[in-house]
Ligand binder design. Structure first.
Ligand code: B1M
Length: 219
């Protein structure tokens, strides 16, 4: 147990200290030991990115450093992703979800993680990527007859677009439910813009999407 914690700590430190190769190597080690990828993410790599963000806010890190931390995270995440995708293979689809990071926003790490877990849980996921124009959410939702439109935003200036997207979906007469997430998004904000659900982290996001399509928690 202590050994597992030690490896997770090494992943955390590698990401925070710009050690891209280290992030990759220690993640391989974690996988060999059979450590749950979600534990690696929550207690190692995501925690490291959040700490990098705190350092950025305090003026200890600047943008180039954040970019290297993000690159180290991605190296580690790419190794974990296949296992997340395979978590729960099922033949029947739980529903169709259109997901994207809103216009003006380049942050896609959280969105990609949510997407992988949604696919693993059995949803059909249509990923629009990042910096997605408002109308694209509407067009895709119509095209695939989406059950849910999931939006991610990491900037206080871009989270406002979630409200516009929800209004645009309604104006287009689409019945898709909406869910919002991303670091600055809160339950109060979600409620204020008329979103059907809010998720503060990826796992809650999956459960909320199941709830929106009328599935029980353990389905
Ligand atoms: Co930026 N950045 N960044 N950044 N960045 C933040 C968000 C910031 C909080 C840092 C800080 O100041 N402390 C700050 C925003 C301040 C604000 O507006 N409140 C900030 C800033 C200011 C900026 C720039 C403006 C910097 C600049 O240029 N001067 C710039 C903006 C560029 C743009 O978008 N137009 C910028 C750029 C970047 C990088 C490109 C360097 C890089 C992004 C790389 C990438 O994504 N490909 C980056 C990063 C890495 C961060 C931090 C450090 C980490 C973000 C992250 O990936 N977290 C971030 C600090 C922070 O968040 N505290 C910061 C890990 C990720 C797993 O969490 O995305 O929250 P998150 O997703 C979670 C949940 O929120 C939830 O589940 C996920 C997993 O648990 N969730 C959902 C998210 N979406 C969901 C959807 C759902 C359900 C759940 O639907 C079903």
């Amino acid at each position: 147990m202590a050994e597992n914690e030690e490896i997770i700590k090494k992943i955390y430190e590698a990401i925070l200290n710009f050690n891209i190769n280290g992030a990759e190597e220690y993640t391989k080690e974690a996988m060999k030991k059979g450590i749950d990828p979600l534990v690696v993410l929550n207690e190692g790599s995501i925690k490291a990115l959040r700490e990098a963000g705190n350092k950025f806010e305090k003026g200890e890190y600047f943008l180039p450093e954040i970019m290297v931390c993000a690159e180290a995270f991605q190296k580690s995440y790419k190794l974990l992703e296949p296992e997340l995708l395979q978590r729960k293979n099922r033949s029947e689809s739980l529903g169709r979800i259109v997901i994207g990071t809103v216009m003006g926003d380049m942050h896609d790490i959280g969105k990609n993680l949510v997407k992988a877990l949604l696919s693993g849980a059995g949803f059909e996921v249509y990923d629009l990527g990042r910096d997605v124009p408002i109308q694209k959410f509407v067009e895709k939702a119509r095209e695939v007859n989406a059950d849910i439109v999931a939006m991610s935003a990491l900037l206080t200036v871009t989270m406002q677009f979630m409200s516009t997207i929800i209004a645009a979906l309604k104006n287009a007469g689409l019945k898709a439910k909406t869910i919002v997430g991303g670091a600055p998004v809160t339950a109060e904000f979600a409620q204020s813009i008329g979103a059907d659900a809010f998720a503060g982290d990826a796992l809650i996001g999956i459960e909320e999407c199941k709830r929106l399509v009328g599935r029980r928690e353990n389905d």
